[in-house]
Design a protein around this ligand. Structure first.
Ligand SMILES: Cc1cc2nc3c(=O)[nH]c(=O)nc-3n(C[C@H](O)[C@H](O)[C@H](O)COP(=O)(O)OP(=O)(O)OC[C@H]3O[C@@H](n4cnc5c(N)ncnc54)[C@H](O)[C@@H]3O)c2cc1C
Length: 397
C-alpha cells in the first residue's frame, strides 16, 4: 500500500493487484447485501437490525477481517480491513455505533490481546456472529475521566468474585449478554493498582440495568447496579489486580481503530454535502456552492476529513507493526469527534428548514453527536494524553 491517488477511491491508496481484487470482491458483495433501509434508532427493532446485519456479514465471511481465523475471523491484514471500511462507506452501509460496536471494536480485540484460550474460544466467534452483544462497564458516578477512581468492589469468595456497586452511562446494557467490567479487588500503592477486568454475563442474578433517556429521546444507555453478583474467577482477563493494564488496551482500541468505519464514512459524507450545495439554491437563485461562505465551510470540512483519514491510516500502519494502538490514537479521536460535530451542523444548515424538521435524520445526528466529544474519553482528556504522551509536555498536576 502506498499513498498515491487511486481514481475514484475514498482512500488515497495505491493497491497491489491482490488488494484490488479483494476490493472488487468486497464492493460486489456490499452492493448486493448492504441494507438499503435506514437503521432504527431504538428498541428491539434496532437490536434485531444490528444483529441481522452482523450475522449476514459473518455468514458471508466478512466479519472480523483482521481477527485470527481460529476464532471465526479471516486472518487478513489491516490494509484489507481498511479496504473493507472504505468500500463499506462507499456502499452506504450503516456506520452508526450500533449494539455490536463494543464487541467488535474493543471487547473482542482486548480478548484477542489479553485473554486466555478458553475465553477467546467461548466469546470471539459469538461476537462475530452477532449472537453475543457486549457492553462496557467502566464509568461510575464518581469515576469517568478519572477512571482509576472507580469504587465498584469485588471480593474473592472461593472460585468467584462477588461484585457490589454501580456503573453509569453503560451503552446498550439493557440489550447486552456480556459486559467488559472493571472492578476494584484491592487497594494498592497507586490507584491504578488493585483493579480487575472481568467478563460479566448480564443475566447473572443481582444485576439491574435502568435505561437513561438521552437528548435524542432514545434509551441509549443505562445505570447498572450490582448486588452480590457472583462471577466465576475463570472470567477474569489478565490476572486479579492487573486490570488497569488490560483496560488501557481496551481504551486504545476504542480510541484507535474503533471508529475507523465512521472516519472513512465522514469523507463520503462531506462529498455528499458538496454535491448538495451544487444543487441547492439561495433566494437569489444562485447555487450554494457559489457563495463564498458555504464554499469555505465545505472546503475546510473536506480538507479536515481527508486529514483525519490520513492520520487514521498512519495509526493503522503503525498498528500493523505492533499489537496495540499508541497514544497517537487520541489525536485522531480528538480531531475526528470535533469534526463530526462541525459536519453534522453543516448538514443541518445546508438543508435549511428541511434540516430542522422533527424526526429528520440530520437533527438526530446533530443531537446525538453532542456526545461524541465525551464518549471514549472527553476532548479535554484526549488533549492531556496528546500533550503528555505524544508531545512529552510536563504533567499539569
Ligand atoms: C454517548 C456516550 C456513551 C457512553 N458509553 C459508555 C459505556 O458504554 N461505558 C462506559 O463505561 N462509559 C460510557 N460513557 C461514559 C464516558 O466514558 C464518560 O462520560 C467520560 O469518560 C467522561 O466522564 P464523566 O461523564 O464522569 O465526566 P467527568 O469526568 O466528570 O468530566 C466532567 C468535565 O470535566 C472535564 N475534566 C475532567 N477531568 C479533567 C482533567 N483531568 N483535565 C481536564 N478536564 C477534565 C471533562 O472534560 C468534562 O468536561 C459514555 C458516554 C457517552 C456520552
Amino acid at each position: 500500500m502506498s499513498n498515491s491517488a487511486e481514481p475514484g477511491a475514498l482512500l488515497d491508496l495505491t493497491l497491489t493487484a491482490g488488494e484490488r481484487a479483494f476490493r472488487d470482491e468486497v464492493a460486489t458483495w456490499l452492493a448486493e447485501n448492504a441494507p438499503r433501509e435506514r437503521r432504527p434508532y431504538d428498541g428491539r427493532a434496532m437490536v434485531e437490525f444490528d444483529r441481522a446485519w452482523q450475522r449476514r456479514q459473518f455468514d458471508a465471511g466478512w466479519a472480523g477481517i483482521s481477527w485470527p481465523a481460529e476464532y471465526g475471523g479471516r486472518g487478513l491484514s489491516l490494509v484489507q480491513q481498511v479496504i473493507w471500511y472504505s468500500e463499506y462507506a462507499r456502499a452506504g452501509a450503516p456506520t452508526e455505533t450500533g449494539v455490536c460496536f463494543v464487541g467488535n471494536a474493543h471487547a473482542g480485540p482486548t480478548l484477542i490481546a489479553c485473554a486466555d484460550e478458553q475465553l477467546k474460544q467461548r466469546h470471539l466467534p459469538a461476537i462475530l456472529s452477532g449472537e453475543e452483544i457486549w457492553c462496557q462497564g467502566f464509568s461510575e458516578p464518581g469515576a469517568g475521566s478519572d477512571l482509576a477512581g472507580l469504587s465498584t468492589r469485588a471480593a474473592v469468595d472461593g472460585d468467584h468474585l462477588v461484585v457490589n456497586g454501580q456503573k453509569i452511562w453503560t451503552s446498550y446494557a439493557h440489550h447486552a449478554q456480556q459486559q467488559e467490567l472493571l472492578v476494584r479487588t484491592s487497594t494498592g500503592a497507586r490507584r491504578q493498582d488493585g483493579i480487575t477486568w472481568v467478563v460479566c454475563p448480564m443475566d447473572t442474578p443481582g444485576i439491574e440495568a435502568r435505561p437513561i433517556t438521552t437528548i435524542t429521546g432514545h434509551d441509549d444507555f443505562c445505570a447498572v447496579f450490582y448486588d452480590d453478583v457472583r462471577i466465576p474467577l475463570s472470567n477474569v482477563v489478565g490476572t486479579i489486580d492487573d486490570g488497569w493494564r488490560v483496560a488501557m488496551s481496551t481504551l486504545s482500541f476504542e480510541r484507535g481503530t474503533g471508529f475507523l468505519p465512521e472516519q472513512v464514512e465522514l469523507v463520503a459524507r462531506v462529498d455528499e454535502l458538496v454535491e448538495l450545495a451544487r444543487t441547492r439554491t439561495d433566494r437569489a437563485g444562485r447555487t450554494l456552492i457559489c457563495d463564498a461562505g458555504w464554499a469555505e465551510r465545505l472546503a475546510t470540512a473536506r480538507a479536515e476529513a481527508h486529514a483525519v483519514l490520513a492520520m487514521t491510516l498512519a495509526v493503522v500502519s503503525r498498528n500493523a507493526r505492533s499489537t496495540l494502538p499508541g497514544p497517537e490514537a487520541s489525536m485522531v479521536r480528538l480531531l475526528f469527534s470535533q469534526l463530526q460535530q462541525r459536519v453534522s451542523a453543516l448538514a443541518v444548515d445546508l438543508r435549511g428548514l428541511e434540516g430542522l424538521q422533527e424526526g429528520s435524520p440530520w437533527v438526530h445526528d446533530y443531537l446525538y453527536l453532542f456526545a461524541t466529544t465525551i464518549a471514549a474519553g472527553t476532548k479535554d482528556v484526549q488533549r492531556s494524553i496528546v500533550a503528555e504522551r505524544v508531545l512529552g509536555l510536563p504533567r499539569g498536576r
